[in-house]
Design a protein around this ligand. Structure first.
Ligand code: NAD
Length: 252
């Protein structure tokens, strides 16, 4: 278990540690990932999540989100990995969490600085005026078999998550790239790192001199760049690192 101490020491020494999380951090909360053995892609055709499919079949897509995705996410609770990240932010050990997840679990766990690259299932967004609404407002329409429309401009509402074929939100993306460039330690938790541009962030951090640590069950696309790669469940491993950090700080 030497790597627990080694990672704890690196985190304590770091001046600007940044974390990137993926769907793997939330499987322990009962939310399936995309590409793992129980992944969503084994059940659904990825084309259903393409933006052109949404514009052609908005009601179908809304129903899919409501009855499948949202039902799995809305009552999910953060697990020990989410809470450990919130605790390390409180201790000023990590500066920010960049997430590809749309499940809101970092915020539920108490993390304050969370950059969401792929949106958040809590909201619906107007595709014309960009106003945001509680997603439940849109679901009321969907339940009545109506395509949800913006009450202000009449535009089509869309779940506020990034579909395939859509650009990422520019402000969040810029901030994520700045954080990665500034970091001296970049930690990836539970991501296959198969999705661009999020998978560029660890490479940018690394090329600017940061240590790169990856904790994931299974290979990632950039394991060969990592200074430390730990194989296993993040909700088992990361709380141990957090505990070690607390012990080390207490003994200083
Ligand atoms: P991914 O599904 O591509 O990869 C997840 C990785 O985590 C896999 O390598 C898997 O083996 C690993 N993993 C699964 N359980 C783990 C655990 N307990 N501990 C450690 N590793 C574990 O997910 P990704 O890389 O985050 O892909 C990004 C896409 O998935 C994004 O577009 C994101 O929006 C979307 N997504 C989000 C959620 C969510 O919000 N929770 C769920 C599914 C998909």
């Amino acid at each position: 278990m030497d790597y627990i101490r080694e990672i704890a020491e690196k985190l304590i020494k770091a001046n600007f540690a940044v974390v990137l999380t993926g769907a793997g951090i939330s499987t322990g909360s009962g939310i399936p990932d995309f590409r793992g053995p129980q992944g969503i892609w084994r059940v659904y055709d990825p084309n259903l999540f393409h933006i052109s499919y949404f514009y052609e079949n908005p009601l179908d897509t809304w129903k899919l989100f409501k009855d499948n995705m949202y039902e799995k996410i809305k009552d999910a609770k953060p697990n020990r990995a989410h809470y450990s990240l919130a605790r390390l932010e409180e201790l000023n050990i990590i500066k920010a969490v960049i997430t590809q997840n749309i499940d809101n679990l970092h915020q539920k766990a108490g993390s304050k600085k969370v950059i969401e690259l792929h949106g958040n299932m809590k909201f619906a967004i107007c595709t014309q005026c960009n106003r945001k609404f509680d997603i439940e407002t849109a679901f009321k329409e969907v339940k009545e078999n109506k395509v949800p429309l913006c009450p202000y401009c009449g535009g089509l509402l869309k779940p506020d998550v990034i579909f395939f074929g859509e650009p990422l939100p520019q402000k969040e993306l810029r901030e994520a790239f700045e954080l990665a460039s500034e970091s001296d330690l970049f930690l990836v938790l539970g991501s296959s790192l198969a999705v661009s541009p999020a998978n560029q962030l660890p490479i940018i951090a690394k090329s600017n001199g940061a240590d790169l640590i990856i904790i994931n069950m299974g290979e990632t696309e950039i394991d060969n760049y990592a200074d430390i790669k730990v194989e296993g469940r993040v909700e088992d491993i990361f709380p141990k690192i957090c505990k070690k950090i607390e012990e080390m700080i207490a003994s200083l």
